[in-house]
Design a protein. Structure first.
Length: 468
């Protein structure tokens, strides 16, 4: 089965509309002429004949009646014939004794005998054209004594109607041209842009996400669709670039520890590196590789729409206190102190494991970039609507231009840190995803060489209860 393009469908629809208009116009013209104008003329001829019939009934076929017939014949466009022998109408033309043409048929003569008015529309050889005729019987004492025959050539009736007909034809032509113009405009303004969109979509389907639509429509629906299409294309291009960058980063992050592990294994095997040192490096890189894979799996789960968080009341201060205690040993070893200011009344609804992961990642970052002898401040406070967690360090800080990008996957302010600090570059991305899943906000403020403040805001448990 052949599938038509949208352009073909539009043109078929346009020509269908034109055909419908033409057909409707022809039917309208026929109706106006045949049903309205002709019928109106029949009423006029019948009325004239009935007036003459009234005169005949009052005066009979005297001179006054004949004068009225002559006067009516001269003052109207109709040909009026009176005969006192109705049989002549059925046996020939009373105006032309030599004519063999009958004005009325046998059946119509029977109608006259029955007292019925006869209306006819047929060709007349003497007039050499079609005529419209009305025959009205005249009775005297219950007997048919005569008939009045009124006729008018149809061409005489057509002449005044011709002007209307030509006007209708002119209107029809203008209407058809307008439909064609609007059809061409529709094809140009609607169909062609849709075809362009189809071609661009096919290019995007092939992987070319740089395609953009340039349409002259600024405010109509097609313009909005084009802008949405361009936005989608840009988003897909960004997604593709992020995907490529992500794959490159993953490959790099996996390759680095594997290269270290392979190199030190070969060094131990060849006796260049001591077994203790080699195995220590291999174990360290294996742990780092394990953390990387674990973080990647976490991020993949969190970015999926199907991942469901556990929602339960959490004593947030207790959770934070436990995580800080777990970091105390590492902090003491680095000679970094924690200062805690936790409001025990702060209760939130959420996933305790994931929120613990948030606190752990933020504390790990703060401890990693805070020098010996400095402090890390952990504060928790809130009200009936919102709970706020602040983790502020006295570390090296983050440059202002990197504050937005630092939440992106694998982003590091200084690339040289990755080997020394051992981070995966995914910690803040995971924090952002978890907080967004909890419908909260995650903010970073930092000043170089002074420190960084990470702020988490979540709905209070009391606010959740009130809203539910």
């Amino acid at each position: 089965m052949k599938h038509w393009s949208i352009k073909h469908k539009v043109w078929v629809t346009i020509f269908g509309v034109i055909l419908t208009i033409v057909t409707a116009a022809v039917v309208l013209i026929f109706f106006l002429y045949d049903r309205l104008y002709v019928e109106k003329q029949v009423e006029t001829l019948t009325l004239q004949g009935e007036q003459l019939t009234e005169v005949f009934n009052d005066q009979g076929s005297n001179e006054y009646f004949l004068d009225r017939v002559n006067w009516a014949n001269e003052s109207t466009d109709a040909d009026i014939l009176f005969t006192d022998n109705p049989m002549l109408l059925a046996s020939g033309d009373p105006l032309d004794p030599n004519s063999q043409y009958n004005l009325i048929t046998f059946e119509e003569r029977q109608q006259l005998l029955a007292g019925q008015t006869v209306v006819m529309q047929r060709p007349h050889p003497r007039f050499d054209q079609d005529i419209l005729g009305v025959a009205i019987p005249l009775f005297d004492g219950g007997n048919l004594t005569g008939a009045i025959f009124l006729s008018q050539p149809l061409s005489d009736m057509y002449e005044p109607f011709a002007e209307i007909q030509w006007l209708l034809i002119a209107i029809l032509i203008v209407l058809v041209l307008f439909v064609l113009f609007m059809g061409s405009k529709m094809v140009r303004d609607v169909v062609n842009p849709l075809i362009t969109m189809k071609n661009v979509a096919q290019n995007i389907e092939q992987g070319d996400y740089s395609q953009q639509l340039t349409l002259s429509h600024n405010k109509d629906e097609l313009g909005q669709l084009a802008r949405s299409f361009n936005s989608l294309s840009t988003s897909l291009d960004e997604v593709e670039q992020n995907r490529k960058e992500f794959l490159a980063n993953v490959a790099h992050e996996l390759r680095t520890p594997l290269s270290y592990m392979k190199g030190y294994a070969e060094g131990v095997e060849e006796g260049i590196i001591s077994k203790e040192k080699g195995l220590g490096i291999i174990q360290k890189e294996a742990n780092r590789l394990d953390r990387l894979v674990h973080d990647l799996l976490d991020l993949a789960q969190l970015e999926g729409d199907s991942y469901q968080m556990v929602n339960e009341p959490i004593a947030f201060a207790e959770l934070i206190d436990d995580v800080v205690d777990q970091f105390s040993l590492a902090a003491d070893k680095k000679q970094v102190s924690f200062e805690r200011h936790l409001d025990d009344d702060c209760i939130v609804i959420g996933d305790s494991d994931r929120l613990e992961q948030v606190v752990r990642n933020l504390l790990d970052n703060a401890l990693s970039y805070t020098a010996s002898g400095k402090r890390i401040f952990v504060s928790l406070f809130g009200d009936e609507e919102e709970v706020t967690l602040e983790i502020r360090d006295e570390g090296i800080g983050i440059p202002e231009e990197d504050l937005v990008a630092v939440k992106q996957r694998f982003y590091r302010v200084k690339k040289a840190r990755e080997r020394k600090d051992g981070g995966t570059g995914l910690g803040l991305s995971i924090v952002l995803q978890i907080i967004q899943k909890h419908e909260g906000t995650f903010l970073l403020e930092s000043t170089e060489n002074k420190g960084t403040t990470a702020t988490i805001r979540l709905k209070s448990f009391r606010e959740n209860v009130f809203n539910s």
